[in-house]
Design a protein around this ligand. Structure first.
Ligand code: NAD
Length: 253
C-alpha cells in the first residue's frame, strides 16, 4: 500500500511509533526513524531488521530531539536519500501524571516542547518538502486526552488538545497543496508509556479502565499502526482534517 512512499516517524524506537514504522515498512515504504535513541524497548526490533525480506524498502535511524527544530529538519532531510518525505508521522510524545497545583515551569515547558512544538515543526519541516513535491500525508498523534479534559492530566490534555486544533488548521492551510493532515487519538494502549512511565496496565487501575472500554481490552500499538496506515494510504485520499479515535469505544460510550 505504500510502495512509493518515504515515511519519517518521530518517536519511532518504541511503542506506537515502532509499530507504525514496522507496518509502513511491511507495506513497502522506506522509513526514517527519528528518536532520541535507536535501541527499541526490550524485545523490540532493531532498525535494520524492521524491513521484511520480501520488500526492497529500507529503514534508517536519525538521532532527533523533536523539541529541537534543527533536529526535525535533519530528520526530514535524511528522507531525501530515499526520494523525499511523503508521509510524516509526528508521534513522539511524553506523559506524566501530575498534581495541577504542583507542576513547575520546567515540566510544563518540556511537555509543551515535545508534544506541541515537536508536532508543529515536524509538520512544518515535512510540509515544506511536500508542497514542493507531489504532496503527502501528515499524521499527528493526539490522544483521547485531546478530546476531553481531565483534572488528573491537565498539561497533557492541553498539549493533546493543541495537537487536535493544529491538525485541523494545518489541514486547512495545506489541503490546497495536496497535503492531507489528520490526527489519531489513541485510548489506553499498551506501551512503555502505560506500563512503565505512568503505569496503568498491570496495576489495579487497569481494571477500572477496562470497565470503561467496551472492547474490554487495552489497545496494542498495532491497532494504532493500522489506523496510521489507513490515513497514510490512498484509501484515505479524501480524508483530511479528521480525528480518528482508536480507543475500543471508550470515549463515545
Ligand atoms: P513510548 O514511551 O513507548 O514511546 C515514545 C517514544 O518517543 C520513545 O521511543 C521515546 O524515546 C520517544 N521520544 C520521547 N521524547 C522524545 C523527543 N524529545 N524527541 C524524539 N523522540 C522522543 O510511548 P507511546 O505510548 O508509544 O507514545 C507515542 C505517542 O502516542 C505519544 O505522542 C503519546 O502521547 C501517544 N499516545 C499514547 C497512548 C498510550 O496509551 N500509550 C495513548 C494516547 C496517545
Amino acid at each position: 500500500m505504500l510502495t512509493d512512499d518515504v515515511a519519517v516517524v518521530t518517536g519511532g524506537s518504541s511503542g506506537n511509533g515502532r509499530a507504525i514504522a514496522r507496518r509502513f515498512a511491511a507495506e513497502g515504504a522506506d522509513v526514517v526513524i527519528a528518536d532520541l535513541q535507536e535501541e527499541p524497548r526490550e524485545g523490540g526490533t532493531p532498525t535494520h531488521e524492521l524491513i521484511p525480506e520480501e520488500t526492497d524498502a529500507e529503514a534508517t535511524f536519525v538521532e532527533c530531539d523533536v523539541s529541537n527544530v534543527a533536529d526535525l529538519e535533519a530528520a526530514v532531510e535524511a528522507a531525501e536519500e530515499f526520494g523525499g518525505v511523503t508521509v510524516m508521522v509526528n508521534n513522539a510524545g511524553i506523559f506524566h501524571g501530575e498534581e495541577f497545583l504542583e507542576v513547575d515551569e520546567e515540566a510544563f515547558d518540556r511537555m509543551m516542547d515535545i508534544n506541541v512544538k515537536g508536532v508543529y515543526f515536524g509538520a512544518q519541516a515535512a510540509a515544506k518538502r511536500m508542497v514542493e513535491g507531489e504532496g503527502g500525508a501528515i499524521i499527528n498523534l493526539s490522544s483521547v486526552a485531546g478530546l476531553e479534559g481531565s483534572g488528573e492530566f491537565v498539561t497533557y490534555c492541553g498539549t493533546k488538545g493543541a495537537v487536535r486544533l493544529l491538525t485541523y488548521s494545518m489541514a486547512a492551510k495545506l489541503g490546497p497543496d495536496g497535503v492531507r493532515v489528520n490526527a489519531i487519538h489513541p485510548g489506553l494502549i499498551e506501551t512503555k508509556m502505560t506500563t512503565e512511565d505512568y503505569a496503568i496496565i498491570g496495576t489495579e487501575a487497569e481494571d477500572q479502565f477496562l470497565e470503561a472500554i467496551p472492547s474490554r481490552r487495552a489497545g496494542q500499538p498495532e491497532d494504532v499502526a493500522d489506523a496510521a496506515l489507513y490515513l497514510a494510504s490512498d484509501l484515505a485520499g479524501y480524508v483530511n482534517g479528521e480525528s480518528l479515535v482508536v480507543d475500543g469505544g471508550m470515549t463515545n460510550t
